[in-house]
Every structure is written in structure tokens, then in C-alpha cells.
Design a protein around this ligand. Structure first.
Ligand SMILES: C[S@@+](CC[C@H](N)C(=O)[O-])C[C@H]1O[C@@H](n2cnc3c(N)ncnc32)[C@H](O)[C@@H]1O
Length: 246
């Protein structure tokens, strides 16, 4: 595996397979510092956004929950607290992220598994609640992941996501990429001596659909759109969708 200061994300974003390889190398390299860098990059708002996302999920006695691209387990652990009788699965591609998640987890009803969010190998129509924190933008093949989410959820079940987001307006997009590259580049250099590590956020967002296109992708895949919350003027978004009941 390459040391953190060698990874050049932009070179890897061209094909799904290379993006998957990049993601595993990138998140392995920054796993130990992931928690602190998340707090710094979000100006310490990340935990509050995640708590709100989980707070707004429906009451369930014993749901099956899947946290896609669970990383070090922030949303997985909040799901476990909200649903103490549930079965909670955190799934991620990167073993060093999962190792930290497992070490943080005091709950017996949680399991962390290594897997690809585009092909989870979990049972069809078995999931009541699905979450993804900074997950969809990192997917190697977004339509494949949306299809997988539809495949996993029971009819009427909910999926909620938090991620960087962008408006449809091209000028505003360019301003946002500039801000994210500057902010990410500064902290990439400070934490890892590699400004490119966190400019990955802007690079991956550039390839990602804008907010409206992303919502439309879910609507076209047979989901009802439920709600959205924008943070920092829309630089981040939390949104929820529901799989149509029939
Ligand atoms: C920015 S982190 C998000 C972690 C966590 N969900 C959070 O909210 O803090 C992105 C995570 O996506 C994972 N990831 C990237 N590509 C993936 C894939 N194809 N399947 C599953 N996980 C993936 C990475 O390993 C990483 O842990």
C-alpha cells in the first residue's frame, strides 16, 4: 500500500475499478486520523448532523439496519443506540476503518463486515433502515449502488444519507470546488504532508451528480423523496428517501 504522501486521487477517478482501488488505499492511509479530520473539516458540526440524521429515523422495535460505507462507525453506533433490540450491520470496503469501528463498539447487536456497497451480498428486501455517511459520493458506480439499496430495502423502508453536495448552477459549483480544494488542501498538508488527500472531496464531488440530479436518480429508481436539510449553504446535504411500498 502506498504511504499517504504518495496518493494522487485525481489520477484514479477515471474508472469504477480504479476508484475502488483508490478508496481502499486512501481510507487505509487516513483511517487513524479520520475521526479528527472529520471534526476539523466540518468545523465540528459533523457529529451534530449525524445525530440529527439518526434522530429523524422512524421508531422501530427491532429493525435490521445497514450503514453503508460505515468507516469508523459513527452512524452505525448511533443506530445501535437508537435501536437496542435491532440488528445493526456496518459495511465498508476498508479493513483499517473497520478495525477502528470494531474497537469503538461496545454493542453485541452490531456487526461490522467488509464489503462493497455496490454488491453487499446481503439478503434482498431484508433491511428496514439504511444509512450512508459520505457514502454515495465515494461509490465506484452510483447507479449500481442505488439499485443495490433498492434491492436491500423492504417495501416502505427508509434510507438516509449525509454527504457533500452541490447546486445545479455551474458558477456556484466552481466556487464550491475552489473552497473545498483550498480547505481540504490545507488540512491534507497539515495532517499528512499531502494536499491531494482531501482535495479528493472536491474531485469526487465534481464527478458526482448535483443535488437535483441525485434526487432524480432515486426517484427514477422507485423511491419517494422525503426530506432534505442543507448545511453550510448546501455544501453538505442530508436527505431521506423511502422505497415505494409496491
Ligand atoms: C468518508 S468515509 C465515511 C465514513 C462514515 N460513513 C462517516 O460518516 O464518517 C467513506 C468510507 O467509504 C468507504 N468506501 C469507499 N468505497 C466503498 C465501497 N465501494 N463499498 C463500501 N465502502 C466504501 C471507505 O472505505 C470509507 O470508509
Amino acid at each position: 500500500m502506498k504511504p499517504a504522501f504518495f496518493i494522487k486521487p485525481r489520477e484514479y477517478l477515471k474508472t469504477p475499478e480504479r476508484k475502488r482501488i483508490l478508496n481502499e488505499a486512501l481510507f487505509s492511509a487516513l483511517a487513524q486520523k479520520y475521526g479528527i479530520i472529520n471534526r476539523i473539516l466540518s468545523l465540528n458540526r459533523d457529529q451534530a448532523w449525524k445525530r440529527r440524521l439518526i434522530h429523524e429515523l422512524p421508531i422501530h422495535a427491532s429493525p435490521v439496519c445497514v450503514d453503508l460505507a460505515c468507516g469508523t462507525g459513527d452512524l452505525t453506533l448511533l443506530l445501535a443506540k437508537k435501536y437496542p433490540q435491532g440488528r445493526i450491520i456496518g459495511l465498508d470496503l476498508t479493513e483499517p476503518m473497520l478495525a477502528i469501528a470494531r474497537a469503538r463498539c461496545p454493542f453485541a447487536h452490531v456487526e461490522f463486515v467488509r464489503g462493497d456497497m455496490g454488491n453487499t451480498q446481503l439478503k434482498s428486501e431484508s433491511v428496514d433502515v439504511l444509512t450512508g455517511g459520505y457514502a454515495l459520493r465515494n461509490s465506484a458506480d452510483l447507479p449500481e449502488v442505488v439499485h443495490e439499496i433498492h434491492h436491500l430495502l423492504k417495501p416502505g423502508a427508509i434510507a438516509s444519507f449525509l454527504d457533500f453536495s452541490k447546486p445545479s448552477n455551474r458558477v456556484l459549483q466552481e466556487i464550491e470546488y475552489f473552497l473545498l480544494r483550498t480547505w481540504g488542501g490545507f488540512w491534507g498538508f497539515m495532517m499528512h504532508r499531502n494536499p491531494d488527500l482531501y482535495t479528493y472531496i472536491a474531485d469526487s464531488l465534481q464527478q458526482h451528480p448535483d443535488r437535483r440530479q441525485l434526487h432524480d436518480l432515486f426517484k427514477a429508481a422507485d423511491f419517494d423523496f422525503m426530506r432534505t436539510h442543507l448545511y453550510y449553504g448546501g455544501i453538505l446535504e442530508a436527505f431521506s428517501v423511502r422505497k415505494k411500498a409496491s
